[in-house]
Design a protein around this ligand. Structure first.
Ligand SMILES: [Zn+2]
Length: 70
């Protein structure tokens, strides 16, 4: 893989995992309550605290340190 910044081909691939906790919780619980009543509220609460991990792979140039995606 060639670096788009300096053109060096000594790039290494790295994997990074990131935890995403956005989009869950109270808002979802309220929507559940409006649609399904108390059961929906409980379901919404169940979604709280859950998170999913996003894995990202990208390259790092050993020459200039630039990170880039393929
Ligand atoms: Zn570079």
């Amino acid at each position: 893989m060639r670096c788009p910044n300096c053109g060096d081909d000594r790039c290494i691939i790295v994997e990074e995992s990131e935890t995403n906790q956005k989009g869950y919780g109270l808002g979802k619980g309220c929507c559940g309550y409006l649609i399904l009543g108390p059961i929906g509220w409980v379901c919404g609460l169940c979604g709280m605290g859950k998170s999913h991990t996003v894995r990202r792979t990208f390259w790092i140039c050993q020459h200039c340190g630039r990170k880039f995606r393929t």
